[in-house]
Ligand binder design. Structure first.
Ligand SMILES: NC(=O)C1=CN([C@@H]2O[C@H](COP(=O)(O)OP(=O)(O)OC[C@H]3O[C@@H](n4cnc5c(N)ncnc54)[C@H](OP(=O)(O)O)[C@@H]3O)[C@@H](O)[C@H]2O)C=CC1
Ligand SMILES: O=C1OC[C@@H](O)[C@H](O)[C@H]1O
Length: 344
């Protein structure tokens, strides 16, 4: 699913793009699957088509490849990243980077030791909507002191009709609401409460969590994050569920001088606008993606520009922020009683 969207996005013609992406190779399980992927995405396009390998290792060995994009289920990320890094490739890996913080540290250490760039593809952070929101919250202080935030992500995924081998059902593949979509709610908490600080500099909240677990995965979770780093406590309530679709107005931020609501047309991972209310006035800030894209180009451009300029870490999504988020989710799963085989 995501590889289709990502690939379509980055080869879409964009007159003012800061970088041009070229997909030179595709690693997949069968040649037939690769052929149908390529015809689906390239269609009649005149863009050069990738060579199709029926394994992943040939991609890592291909000298034409600069960056490997990993779009496999969660539990495979660790090994896919380690293999690509060992071959000297830069890696953009889908979220979550791994199943837990221990695995994430292993992958990050490997990238740092090899001197290659690595980034967890938390695409939402790169949306102009989120970047502008951060300016309003932390630079212009448009709603004064931030006091509370409520963020929800509901995705009505057809879990019960999926086979047990699905990445959305199988605990061994890292299924569950927290790792799949809950991480976005925690990302928003970081954007809202983190004062633009990331990784080891980010304020450390006290966390109280509850999970509803069925068939070995969390169908829903609720997390209360309390930040006691100022003169008064600030609270973010983050909740996600696989059982029902959430509202288009998916978040509310309350400040001492106003409030902001966040909106989406498709899902909280791709926000489209926010509405600022202050002193009886309401202002809407709306954003559009480049035509023909879903918004993956923002993270892809940012990472490609890092690689072109010899930067090994991205400033918007640095590796210490990935580690912080993975450790936060480990703690939430500890409280909720959700263990994956990889935690043993
Ligand atoms: N940024 C975003 O908005 C989104 C991100 N994601 C992330 O992308 C990743 C993949 O999700 P998604 O695209 O939905 O997953 P899919 O199940 O649709 O695709 C995963 C692909 O991984 C390969 N694969 C390798 N081993 C396995 C295995 N054991 N079981 C299943 N597939 C396997 C397969 O490709 P092949 O046979 O060709 O090798 C498969 O098509 C996840 O990390 C997810 O969190 C997902 C959706 C949205
Ligand atoms: O990252 C994601 O965002 C959208 C969801 O539908 C998907 O399952 C998830 O992986």
């Amino acid at each position: 699913m995501i590889s289709t969207m990502f690939a379509s996005d980055i080869i879409a013609p964009r007159p003012n793009a800061p970088v041009k992406h070229l997909i030179t190779a595709l690693g997949t399980s069968t040649q037939q699957k690769g052929n149908s992927f390529v015809s689906k995405i390239w269609g009649n396009s005149k863009e050069p088509r990738p060579v199709i390998y029926d394994d992943y290792k040939s991609v890592y060995a291909d000298k034409q490849v600069d960056i490997v994009y990993v779009g496999t289920p969660h539990s495979l990320h660790r090994q896919n990243c380690l293999d690509a890094i060992a071959a000297g490739k830069h890696v953009l890996c889908e979220k979550p980077l791994t199943i837990n913080a221990r695995e994430a540290k292993e992958v990050i250490d490997a990238a740092r030791a090899k001197g290659v760039a690595l980034m967890e593809a938390v695409w939402t952070r790169f949306f102009p909507c989120v970047q502008e929101l951060q300016k309003h919250l932390h630079e212009h202080k448009s709603i004064g002191d931030i006091r509370r935030a409520f963020i929800e992500y509901g995705a009505a995924l057809p879990i019960s009709s999926l086979g047990p081998e699905s990445r959305l059902r199988d605990p061994a593949l890292g299924a569950g609401a927290l790792l799949d979509i809950g991480m976005y709610t925690l990302m928003y908490a970081s954007v809202i409460m983190g004062q633009n600080l990331l990784g080891t500099e980010h304020p450390v909240p006290e966390v109280i969590s509850a999970m509803s677990i069925t068939d070995g995965i969390d169908e829903s979770n609720v997390n209360v994050l309390t930040y006691a780093d100022g003169t008064r406590e600030r609270v973010a309530v983050c909740t996600s569920t696989l059982l029902s679709r959430g509202p288009k107005e998916f978040a509310r931020i309350e400040g001492s001088e106003g409030s902001i609501t966040l909106h989406t047309a498709k899902g909280p991972s791709c926000p489209t606008s926010f509405v600022l209310k202050r002193g009886g006035e309401e202002t809407k800030f709306a954003f559009e993606n480049p035509p023909g894209t879903a918004g993956f180009v923002f993270e892809a451009d940012s990472f490609a520009l890092d690689v072109l300029n010899g930067r090994l870490e991205n400033q918007v999504m640095p590796l210490d922020e990935t580690l912080r988020m993975m450790a936060l989710m480990d703690g939430i799963r500890d409280q909720g009683g959700l263990k994956y085989p990889q935690d043993q």
